[in-house]
Design a protein around this ligand. Sequence first.
Ligand SMILES: [Zn+2]
Length: 439
Amino acid sequence: MQRGALKWTFCNFQTFVWLLGGMFFFVGCQTPTNTPVDEVEVLEEIPDPPVMKYGFNLNDYEVVVKKIRRGDTFGSLLENHGIDYPEVYQVLTKIKNEVNVRKLQIGKPYTLLYSKDTIPTPKVFIYQPDISNYWVVQLRDSIYGQTISKPIKTIEQQASGTIYSSLYETMQAQNLNEALTYYLSDVYAWSIDFFRLQKGDRFKVIYTEKFVDDTISVGIDRIKAAYFEHNGQPLYAFEFESPKLPGMVDYFDDSAKNLRRAFLQAPVKFSRISSRYNLKRRIAYYGNRIRPHKGTDFAASVGTPIMATANGTVVKSSYTRGNGNYVTIQHNNTYSTQYLHMKKRKVRVGDFVQQGDVIGWVGMTGNTSGPHVCYRFWKRGRQVDPFKQKLPEAEPISNDLKQEYFAFIEPVKEALDCISFDLEPITFQSNNDNAITQN
Ligand SMILES: [Zn+2]
């Protein structure tokens, strides 16, 4: 009871802060209406607002943006833009310690700033190979070169959503980084069948994202905690680094169970299940007779990597007319798996493979009408539906660590519980120092 009451207060405090913010905003909005109207009549020539980029006001220049092509060098580019060789040489000598002009990558953009004179001349050369690094060379007047690495900030974010079509579309509709879909499905790869998400399934997530200039995302960093409601069943996930295994991060639920299982749900990422394990499958081609399908077919394009779903030893890597190129892995005395119709096999009999290792590529070899991998799953010699098995979980949290774990997740869970489902995604800078890193 007491815990519940505490949580309630915490959530309400947040709401209070939100309301407070809203009030300030409201007051702020009122101010402009008080401005006397006649002040507007004073007309002055107002210069365009400066467009600052790379430390220059782009309004002062003619801006030319192009891409590096095969064979381009810094020197040849300048010569192409009307700077003759003696001048190029002068520039190169002056900047050689500040800028490495030899590393130009094909396809990367460069910018030339031309003077706005009657005869425009190039003044500045800027090369930006990636979002957080660029170099600038001032070509005329006082020649100089400068390499700039913009700091990358890691910012903690929260998001939530309800799924009506696909997880991907839900993320898009919320203006969230699309990669979040992959990160989230990775966290739950073992526990939720992402091929069978239901309308109304919903999620909340606390994650960190990397930014330059505070607004340009350079990617998701990691998921700290998540909540996924699938078929009405809630499933928490908390990132936890075991002090016994520094650097080894796993996701555990609110009762300290590992979300990871000994088996992956699928041998290929982001494919579509085209046919499930079905003992009563009828096929028109065979006169509508029952032809049980004891495998699960994952449709994916030719060349998609096929992964071992669990650690094990390759006991077959071979070809038959029906199976095409196929691989069988023995995981232990209980389980073995098989992967069919490969374009090419990557492993040999006797190889030890780990969960997620690539063992071959999707193809159309053997008896198949389209590119897919037929995944077969045996339990004690009997072929079963892997989606119906209660598969063993990976290393749980040891008893002596549980107390520490529960203490660690308590505030995180509280924060997660406070996220509402209809909330617009919000961004805030974490007070937590180690959540913000500067490179
Ligand atoms: Zn099949």
